[in-house]
Design a protein around this ligand. Sequence first.
Ligand code: GN1
Ligand code: MG
Length: 352
Amino acid sequence: MYESIISSFQIPGRLLSAERFGAGLINDTILCEYSADGEVRKYILQRINGQVFLHPGQVMQNVELVTGHIQDRMRQEGIADPESLTPALIWTRSGGSCHVDQGGGHWRMFHFIESGEVFDRVRDGNHAYEVGRALGRFQALVADLSPEKLHDTLPGFHETPRYLAELDRAVKTHGEHASAVGPELAFVAVRRSLADSLLDPLRSAAIPLRVVHNDPKVNNILISKVTGKALCMVDLDTVKPGIVHFDFGDCVRSAANPAGEDAEDLNSVAFETGWYEALTRGYLEEAKFLTTAEIELLPLSVRVITFELGIRFLCDHVQGDTYFRTRYPGHNLHRARVQFRLLEKMEEALNK
Ligand code: GN1
Ligand code: MG
């Protein structure tokens, strides 16, 4: 069913297969296998979720800029084939970075990074350290890219107070779902002040706006199958101007909970301080550009993003599951409970 879309990209050889791939909650991802010169080559085809990203063309301009910039930086470092180590686009036959189908869907194709693998959960302290390094290296590679060059493709994406306001509205308009989530709403109510705690320093210019990833959870980080070391960050649609804190916090939130985002048993949710420390060490080794003010706010970011994502899942549940892909009714509520339990564990561990 994807043949006509796939054929609009400049790929040598014959298409062997096209199958759904990965665990992303937003875009559709398809792994394509080609046979060329007696070899099987893989590519990643993705349809940008047009309900989340209202201007997919701008998303692609950002992706072009960032992937091109990172590849240039890697070539300057002496790496001859950056496309085997970092996301690199395949151009369409008309020379563009995406194909627009008859329904207006935007599709793009990437080289598949054969030597890398992704994990939904961190395995050990060393993996956590490498996850931190991947994020620090990514941010360092784009640190010389001016944020004004990128479109704000998701306005307000990490404005935590906006999600609080959305939840308040959802509770009013969807009373039928809201009545069943009293304990979760009470949990949120006593933590509302967290929502502005990272935006205030940005507003007062105590911390700078930079080019950041915005969605660096564990399964958006490739680890080398050969060395076990960090390879790169993938899923670059959310890359846009922002602060480093939501990146760092999101990375820790997803990495330092061994039970994962979908933990079946809430009692298995934990905050592994050893993994948090290892991740922080790896991150700081690579993110040499950070100011002292930025470094001081890193521990706070861990709680803020966990709070934010919990609110987003809860709000989606109350609204009837319109945003995140779900597998069963109540999935988003369960996800929110996992994040809130994790936040409690963080509060205990960080004495907050
Ligand atoms: C979504 O697309 P994916 O699955 O990498 C979401 C993130 C959430 C994450 C939670 C654009 O990321 O913000 O943290 O799910 N991305 C978007 O798993 O909303
Ligand atoms: Mg992803």
